[in-house]
Design a protein around this ligand. Structure first.
Ligand SMILES: [Zn+2]
Length: 144
């Protein structure tokens, strides 16, 4: 089992990807939408793995645009784009922004350019359910 850990720039948001896939075989995608290009985002996910995003309940901003099918998660403190989260059929799925959380194991790889502009909402949800990772969103109690 591969266990990759990262965090946003300030450390308020910690992430983990646990996967049976060797890190060198994980997808590495550069979505060409306006949001991802502006962030220089390059993402990964593995449907056979599991993502955990752990932070205080108020640590993340959620941004929706376009078809508004997913929440783009930004750290409220440092502004890093951490990843994206989608809920469908009572389950939650996510991708991680490898660059935003400095996930190890991707150095030297060139992300594969992806354009999803022509997808219908149904096709988009189906693709994400097939390719994104099941996710635990762990909202931690803040120590007072
Ligand atoms: Zn942060």
């Amino acid at each position: 089992m591969t266990r990759l850990e990262g965090q946003c720039h300030c450390g308020a948001v910690a992430v983990r990807l646990e996967t049976p896939t060797p890190v060198g075989e994980l997808p590495f995608r550069a979505c060409q939408c306006g949001f991802c290009r502006r962030h220089g985002a390059a993402t990964t996910s593995d449907p056979a793995g599991r993502i955990t995003i752990a932070c205080a309940p108020d640590a993340l901003s959620r941004y929706r645009f376009g078809q508004k099918l997913s929440n783009f998660l930004m750290c409220d403190t440092c502004g890093v784009y951490v990843g994206s989260l989608m809920e469908a059929d009572g389950a939650a799925f996510a991708i991680l922004n490898v660059r935003g959380v400095d996930l190890p194991g991707f150095a030297g790889r060139v992300p594969e350019s992806k354009t999803y502009d022509d997808e219908t909402p149904e096709a988009r949800t189906a693709r994400r359910k097939a390719l994104w990772s099941p996710v635990n969103l762990a909202l931690l109690e803040t120590s007072a």
